[in-house]
Design a protein around this ligand. Structure first.
Ligand SMILES: Nc1nc2c(c(=O)[nH]1)N[C@H]1C(S)=C(S)[C@@H](COP(=O)(O)O)O[C@H]1N2
Ligand SMILES: [Mo]
Length: 236
């Protein structure tokens, strides 16, 4: 088993440390949960030679445990989370490239979650050494709060790129337009934390102050809905 520490001591610009790893997202996602945790699939589609639907996406790939920090665009950060799973780059080179054969020009990948969350990342960013498909957190199987059965973890990008309940990856040309979870301006095409790319068109340093007041209420509503869901679905 490989271990890696990608956690950093220095908080990125505009971020503040949170001791709690909030279940979090756009307010309309508070009540949404994965519809299939027991026999999930990930579909790989778009500009590809062979579309496939994988039922055990992480099987047979080398596993890694990685310590990394997590940065929500609304300015809370958690440091030192231990994710377990496989490197996206291993998944790409051992499964996607040989079996799916994406077109050369398809350098943008849209990501979908079982709850309807949508965003996109450059393939180049997904192939960074610290991007994972994770199925465990802090030594335990991922739970529904944090993305079971499988989520993306892209530590150098704001949390909204780390899609939970991952259900589909689609390869596209970089110029193609794609749907996002919320308002278009809120989804920066790269969303790199180090450059404070919080959103399109507005300076990240301004958005800090607009987003920060939303944290407490959002986290509370996500926690409330999670408690209700767990009461009704004790087996998940
Ligand atoms: N499928 C899905 N993925 C998602 C979200 C969501 O609501 N649904 N929220 C995003 C946001 S804004 C953040 S900050 C992180 C929060 O991850 P957590 O809920 O595991 O703490 O997940 C991201 N990925
Ligand atoms: Mo977020």
């Amino acid at each position: 088993m490989r271990m890696r520490n990608s956690s950093s001591r220095q908080p990125p610009p505009g971020q503040q440390e949170s001791k709690l790893f909030h279940r979090f997202g756009l307010s309309q996602f508070a009540t949404r949960f994965p519809n299939d945790v027991a026999s999930p699939t990930i579909k790989i589609s778009g500009l590809v030679e062979h579309e496939i639907i994988l039922s055990d996406a992480l099987n047979d790939l080398p596993r890694i445990e990685q310590l990394s920090d997590f940065h929500c665009v609304t300015t809370w950060s958690v440091t030192g989370l231990q994710w377990g799973g496989v490197l996206f780059t291993d998944f790409y080179h051992n499964v996607i490239a040989p079996q799916v054969k994406p077109a050369k020009q398809a350098t943008l990948v849209t990501l979908k979650g079982q709850d309807g969350a949508r965003t996109a990342m450059l393939l180049e960013d997904l192939l960074a050494e610290d991007v994972l498909l994770a199925d465990s957190l802090n030594g335990k199987p991922l739970d529904v709060d944090h993305g079971a059965p499988v989520r993306l973890v892209a530590p150098k990008h704001y949390g909204y790129k780390s899609v939970k309940y991952l259900s589909e990856l689609a390869f596209r040309e970089p110029s193609s337009s794609y749907q996002v979870s919320g308002l278009r301006f809120m989804d920066h095409p790269r969303a790199r934390v180090a450059f404070e790319e919080r959103a399109r068109g507005l300076p990240g340093s301004l958005l800090r102050f607009l987003y920060r007041p939303l944290i407490r209420k959002t986290a509370a509503s996500f926690a409330r809905e999670s408690a209700l869901y767990k009461r009704n679905n004790p087996e998940d």
